[in-house]
Design a protein around this ligand. Structure first.
Ligand code: XMP
Length: 515
């Protein structure tokens, strides 16, 4: 929640994978933005007092019997409305126009011709590339509306009813493939809705600290930290808000990067002045993972064991009323628990609620942000470079970089080979340029020769990717010589490895972690 006096835009979520991205883009133009379920009562929205409302896209057809429909009174609130894709069709239908049903999906880039450079298209130009992802399309526009832009396949790709301040666009201005998409969203929020650009990362930090104080009062918070940028940022925000009522815990599950269990508590103490309780639970985690190959099962077991560790700490050092986590928005959307009906990709261990028996209230101050936004918050909080520039590391650790069963041998290989990948990238000046870099290992074996001896050893996969928010990623075109050096070092220095491969799949269709 945020200061009620700040100007804001509300996005209603009709189920698009991009709904939250709209909010992020609005924040990029310095207007605070909240995502709400499509069926939020108009009364509630009225109380939030937004300057404008955006209807997101969504996978439904407005002709489906169970299609998501907003509260009719929303159109009476009197603030400007912008419908995107499904939201656009909803507006056409609601005001008596006609939407043409189609089984054919127009997906990809199209040329948008601006017919009327009105306020929505101010400074956009006559022609832009825009991103389309729809089947149904507006066929007859309602009385009181006029077309302001078209594409070859969508004669009414943008419409307006000036009197009612209602706009509809068939394309997605929030995705980077739409040229000047940000200008269009800026025009809607600044010019049309007259929202003052008052939101900034500085105000986010202030508001969040204030909000934590109001929420937590004199209660105590247990904060799970990993040394990653997300949980570190959460810990600092909490420390600033509630001081000694915060206790940080670091769980050593035995699936960490090399020596991380010693480095992280030291970094926290030396650089941030925060003491960490370290729980050494390698044996418990590794025993529970014995015989388990299924990625989702591994994640669930690890999630449960994390919860058990927190419970032990709470019994020993508690009571704690709150558990703080560094959950980000992409964790939520990929785990399929966002407010809209997005599908599950992976269950991130810190998402989706705690197992029964844990009575903590959950506090997740970063759950509306993307990774690069968190980095900006962390910078503002003076997080030292050594923590700020560490690559993201998944909560379930090496378990998701080990394909198949987690065995002691594979853990050693993944740990040691990953250290070589990181060291070589640092030496070559690439570490800070890439999103993540590590080595994964599975059960595939290949023949090698060691001296004069035949050897049957593991195949290690090097994975290095570029990304800005982990929602999409490209494999990094590392120089061949660097890949060669990494490969040589791994086969020479890591026991049990005969072959090294380089992963050249981007996300999508692959994901960043193999499990
Ligand atoms: P994927 O593999 O889904 O990864 O493309 C996207 C980003 O999320 C990280 N990741 C996780 N982080 N808990 C986490 O805290 C998890 O369970 C988890 N799984 C993946 C991954 O390292 C990448 O940065």
């Amino acid at each position: 929640m945020v200061d009620t006096n700040i100007d804001k835009i509300v996005v209603l979520d009709f189920g698009s994978q991009y709904s939250h991205l709209i909010c992020r883009r609005i924040r990029e133009v310095n207007v605070y933005c909240e995502l709400l379920p499509y069926n939020t009562p108009a009364k509630v929205i009225h109380e939030i007092n937004p300057k404008g409302i955006i209807f997101s896209g969504g996978p439904a057809s407005i002709y489906a019997s169970d299609s998501p429909i907003p509260d009719k009174q929303i159109f009476e609130i009197g603030v400007p409305i912008l419908g995107i894709c499904y939201g656009h069709q909803l507006i056409i239908d609601r005001f008596g126009g006609r939407v043409k049903r189609s089984d054919y999906r127009e997906y990809g880039s199209a040329e948008l011709i601006v017919d009327d450079a009105c306020d929505l298209f101010d400074r956009v130009g006559n022609k832009i590339r825009c991103w389309m992802s729809h089947a149904d399309a507006a066929e007859v526009i309602p009385d009181g509306f006029r077309t302001i832009a078209h594409t070859q396949n969508s004669p009414s790709a943008a419409v307006v009813n000036k009197g009612k301040k209602i706009y509809g666009i068939q394309f997605h201005p929030e995705v980077i493939h739409t040229e000047k998409g940000i200008e269009i969203l800026k025009n809607f929020s600044h010019r049309i809705s007259k929202a003052r650009p008052e939101w900034s990362m500085e105000s986010f930090v202030e508001e969040t600290i204030r909000d934590i104080r109001i929420k937590v009062r004199n209660e105590r918070v247990l904060c799970a930290v990993s040394g990653g940028i997300d949980s570190t940022t959460v810990a600092i925000l909490l420390y600033k808000a509630i001081g000694s009522n915060l206790r940080c815990v670091f769980v050593n599950h035995g699936l960490l990067r090399e020596d991380e269990q010693n480095q992280v508590p030291k970094l926290f103490k030396d650089h941030l002045g925060i003491d960490i309780i370290r729980v050494d639970a390698e044996e418990v985690f590794l025993t529970k993972l014995k015989g388990i190959s299924d990625p989702e099962q591994k994640r669930k077991i690890i999630g449960n064991e994390f919860a058990n560790s927190f419970l032990q700490i709470a019994l020993r050092d508690g009571p704690f009323q709150w558990l703080a986590q560094g959950t980000l928005y992409p964790d939520i959307i990929e785990s399929g628990v966002s407010k809209g009906p997005a599908s599950i990709i992976k269950t991130h261990h810190n998402v989706g609620g705690l197992p029964k028996g844990l009575n903590f209230k959950i506090i997740e101050p970063l759950s509306n942000l993307y990774k690069d936004e968190v980095r900006r918050v962390a910078k503002l909080l003076d997080v030292p470079a050594i923590l700020l520039n560490r690559h993201p590391f998944p909560g379930p650790g090496l378990a998701v970089r080990i394909i198949g069963e987690v065995t002691f041998e594979k853990v050693q290989i993944a740990k040691h080979a990953s250290k070589i990948v990181e060291d070589e990238l640092i030496c070559a000046g690439f570490y800070d340029k890439v999103w993540q870099a590590y080595a994964a290992v599975g059960d595939d074996m290949a023949v090698g020769v060691l001296g004069d001896e035949r050897m049957y050893g593991h195949i290690v996969i090097i994975r290095v990717v570029d990304s800005t928010d982990a929602m999409t990623a490209n494999w990094t075109r590392l120089p061949y010589d660097l890949i060669r050096d990494i490969s040589n070092r791994i086969t020479n220095e890591v026991d049990g490895v005969t072959w090294v491969t380089y992963a050249i799949s981007s996300k999508p269709p692959a994901t960043i972690e193999p499990q």
